[in-house]
Design a protein around this ligand. Structure first.
Ligand code: PMP
Ligand code: GLN
Length: 387
């Protein structure tokens, strides 16, 4: 169909996608001056040490292209970290690639693995970039719901596997759900995938944000899964620097080889001075070890504050998102309610329906980001409790 009256004939690869809900809600928050608990990013500063390290790298002249797969020192630091935490062995040379954030990593993984007509199983609600990546390369997203209260249910996944399934995408801690996978879930996944040719793409960007004594169940800790997985991480979430857009991917050499073929023609390499800084900073475990306690305190502050509101809170086991049910307040759909909440009550949140191919009827859920200064959370709580 001609666009804007020109003779150009352009076929949109993502006709069902508009502007992402994160952009829409953050823009609305800014426009109406609402407290922005929508798009997931911290409103507090990063560690000044990290800024000093980047500055030093820049002044030392580390300003030209980094190696395609990432700075060797950073890849070594990553390998050391996952060995320390998950007992997972990776080769820094062949099995680690530094990416321009997790979004690029996920997109590159899909482009590298999915051929037209291949099926990719995605659990809904799913992070918003998964299905568009699959559609852009001619794959078929097969949407499978999470189970009760947004907890993973392996039996629902099992039913969706066919001989055309190429990839299973999983995410824990879950965005937007705030639930986490257990080791038993991973064992069920291992059983389901045994003997198949299915690759697991595991989005673990919130690995350090797991609460109440639970620990992060990584696919890397289960050798049978590790050998068929591309595992995706983001430094943005770990070091409160979402705007840096630096992340990484771990995968066995055979998988990494095809991943890098696409990566090299997509971004080639990632911001050099930031990689120097991260290499040094990551090597010190105390720089990320306290994250769960830090964010758990924020979750508790926000959740406790909302107890006297009319919002009904779902369990938040990980990530920095609290999901709430607003059925007791309004019977509007979630997008309308979220818009009104920002405009009339001055708090921006993310409605959950955009994370579904077919949103469940009568579901009224919103996601709030609690990665905020205590004063921001307190101000939002006051407004939310007044509704
Ligand atoms: N996956 C999930 C589950 C996310 O929440 C995000 C947002 N941080 C991403 C991927 C993308 O991460 P990045 O900002 O590093 O691209
Ligand atoms: N990951 C962030 C969130 O879930 C948003 C990232 C983005 O805006 N693309 O809110």
């Amino acid at each position: 169909m001609p666009i804007m009256g020109t003779a150009l004939d352009i076929t949109d690869k993502l006709p069902r996608s508009g502007t992402t809900i994160f952009t829409v809600m953050s823009q609305l928050a800014q426009e109406v001056g609402a407290i922005n608990l929508s798009q997931g990013f911290p409103d507090f500063p990063i560690d000044p040490k990290l800024i000093d390290l980047v500055e030093r790298a820049m002044r030392d002249g580390r300003n030209q292209y980094a190696p395609m797969a990432g700075l060797p020192a950073l890849r070594e630091a990553i390998v050391g970290k996952v060995d320390r935490i998950y007992g997972a062995e990776y080769d820094a040379e062949a099995e680690v690639t530094v990416t321009a954030g997790a979004t690029q990593a996920l997109f590159t993984a899909v482009v590298a693995l999915v051929h037209p007509g291949d099926e990719v199983i995605i659990m809904d609600p799913s992070y918003d970039c998964y299905a568009p990546a699959v559609l852009a390369v001619g794959g078929i997203p097969v949407h499978v719901p999470l189970g009760d209260e947004l907890h993973f249910d392996a039996s629902l996944v099992g039913k969706a596997i066919t001989d055309r399934t190429r990839v299973l995408m999983i995410n824990s801690p879950h965005n937007p759900g705030g639930t986490v996978l257990r080791r038993t879930d991973l064992h069920r996944i291992a059983e389901m995938l045994r003997g198949t040719n299915i690759i697991l793409v595991s989005d673990e960007v919130y690995e350090h944000l797991v609460y109440d004594g639970l620990s992060h169940a990584s696919v890397m800790a289960i050798p049978e899964l590790q050998e068929r997985s591309i595992v995706v991480f983001s430094f943005g979430k770990v070091f409160h620097a979402t705007g840096w857009k630096v992340g990484y991917v771990l995968a066995p050499a055979k998988l990494m080889k095809v991943f890098r073929k696409i990566h090299q023609f997509n971004v080639f390499s990632v911001n050099t001075p930031v990689q120097y800084a991260l290499a040094e900073y990551l090597d010190e475990p105390s720089n990320y070890e306290g994250l769960s306690a830090f964010f758990q305190a924020k979750r508790d502050r926000f959740a406790d504050g909302l107890r006297s509101s009319r919002f009904d809170l779902l369990a938040c086991e990980g990530s920095y998102f609290q999901v709430v049910d607003f059925s007791a307040i309004s019977l509007q759909d979630d997008v309308t309610f979220a818009t009104e909440l920002a405009r009339e009550h001055g708090v921006a949140a993310i409605p959950l329906s955009p994370f579904y191919a077919s949103p469940p009827r009568e579901q009224r859920l919103l996601r709030f980001c609690f990665a905020k200064e205590d004063a921001t959370l307190d101000a939002a709580i006051e407004r939310l409790c007044a509704i």
